[in-house]
Design a protein around this ligand. Structure first.
Ligand code: SF4
Length: 427
């Protein structure tokens, strides 16, 4: 076990898996943010045959199979290839890092169905070899607005739908140190091309090719090079409210989206296979992935939606935004990662129960070590593993100064003390 975590600076893929404490992590990037239900079944089977049966839903709306051995990797690739989920090369796969709204195309509140933009952008990234020089964590977000916006999801290049009187346009911006700097407005049909231009410009102007590392001068230079129309002022939603994300979400008429979350993003292959069977019985054709580790299925009858929720609840999935597990992030911890001996998720489940008992309604982050893989945003309470103890940060991140510490054996007594003490700030 290492005292200081290894920061790898790249994300796993299918072609380029990452070694972890429980074997190889093989990340699968669905096309246009969704997977056919039959692929979900096949992935569940592949996870149990070629991995350790554990599957993650990631914060970039991908899915990863854990515990794969080197010997099984070739067979897993064959299975992924048959499902159309294996890119030609690791470099091509690494830059296909595009997130879209999970309800794109079925959300009556959306401004633009962004799936065609995502499709064009993916094709452009695959077609231009020079773009493969973009760093592995370089990310695009395409937000068409609607009931499940992607406002909180970080990206180097952000495309966001806006309505300007009778017109609809895509604002295109980059994530600088000061937040998003909007560079251009474009028709939806041109947005993917402009995103590619901007990605290429970031590559030319900055080392290491990330938007947040650009100097203000470089941002100005990119804006001048683009020479695109000025962006109309944006009406900013300052409500700060998170829209309903789980359970039965009304779309239009008798149509619903059912949001099914996985605690800590982890789901086992048996659960996924059973869920896929239930979806197929209800004639659901595909599932959509989201950055908040929740799968969505479109359902045409309320009664079917309720039946699906009951099935999911029985499977241990999170079907209610009020569930304290929604507000707690925990990394995979002991057994999956060599950087800690702490069972972080076991502790996080206990803390979720204690939060319900004490009425603590804030956010929590349980991290096995200071790397903080599970969450980069601040949380109200942060527990950072240090040997067999946790350091505690109040309202911050793993990088902030701890206020106190306790040993793992004190998790229940100290946990309840902390949650009771700080609950008033979040009720
Ligand atoms: S944060 Fe957790 S998963 Fe990440 S390196 Fe540390 S112990 Fe491992």
């Amino acid at each position: 076990m290492s005292a200081s975590p290894l920061v790898k600076g790249w994300c796993p893929g299918a072609r380029r898996p990452m070694e972890s404490g429980d074997g190889l992590i093989v990340r699968i990037r669905p096309h246009r943010g969704s997977l056919p239900v039959h692929s979900l079944s096949a992935l569940a089977e592949a996870a149990s045959r070629f991995g350790n049966g554990q599957i993650d839903l990631t914060r970039r709306a991908n899915l990863q199979i854990r515990g794969v051995t080197q010997d099984a990797l070739g067979c897993l690739w064959d299975a992924l290839s048959a499902l159309g989920l294996l890119d030609d090369s690791a470099d091509a796969e690494a830059i296909r890092n595009i997130a879209i709204n999970p309800l794109a195309g079925i959300d009556p509140a959306e401004i633009v169905d962004v799936r065609p933009i995502a499709q064009v952008l993916a094709s452009q990234l695959a077609a231009h070899a020079d773009l493969q020089a973009l760093p592995g964590k370089f990310a695009f977000v395409i937000d068409g607005g609607g009931s499940l916006p992607l406002t909180e999801l970080a990206a180097d290049v952000r495309l966001e739908a806006r309505r300007e009187r009778a017109d609809v346009l895509m604002a295109v911006g980059i994530a600088t140190k000061k937040g998003v700097t909007w560079l251009a407005a474009a028709a939806p049909s041109e947005a993917a091309d402009i995103a590619v231009l901007i990605a290429r410009a970031i590559l030319c102007h900055g080392d290491p090719g990330r938007a947040h590392a650009l100097s203000p001068q470089a941002v100005d230079a990119i804006r001048a090079e683009l020479g695109l129309p000025e962006l109309p002022a944006k009406v900013v939603d300052v409500s700060g409210r998170t829209p309903p994300q789980r359970g039965l979400l009304a779309l239009q008429g008798e149509r619903y989206a059912v949001g099914l979350g996985a605690a800590f993003g982890r789901i086992d292959s048996g659960t996924l296979a059973t869920l896929a069977e239930a979806l197929a019985r209800l004639d659901v054709t595909d599932v959509r992935l989201s950055p908040w580790r929740t799968l969505y299925a479109a359902i045409d009858r309320r009664a079917d939606g309720k039946a699906l929720l009951e099935t999911a609840r029985a499977l241990g999935l999170v079907v209610d935004d009020a569930d304290p597990l929604v507000r707690i992030d925990a990394c995979s911890g002991a057994g999956c990662c060599d950087a800690t001996s702490l069972p972080t998720r076991e502790h996080a489940r206990l803390l979720a129960q204690l939060a319900a008992r004490t009425g603590f309604a804030g956010t929590m982050h349980v991290s096995g070590c200071p790397k903080g893989c599970a969450r980069s945003a601040p949380a109200d309470l942060v527990l950072i593993g240090n040997g067999d103890s946790y350091r505690v940060v109040r309202r911050g991140t793993v990088r902030d100064e701890p206020a106190c510490a306790f040993t793992a054996s004190e998790i229940e007594t100290k946990g309840i003390e902390l949650l009771a003490k700080h609950r008033s700030a979040h009720v």
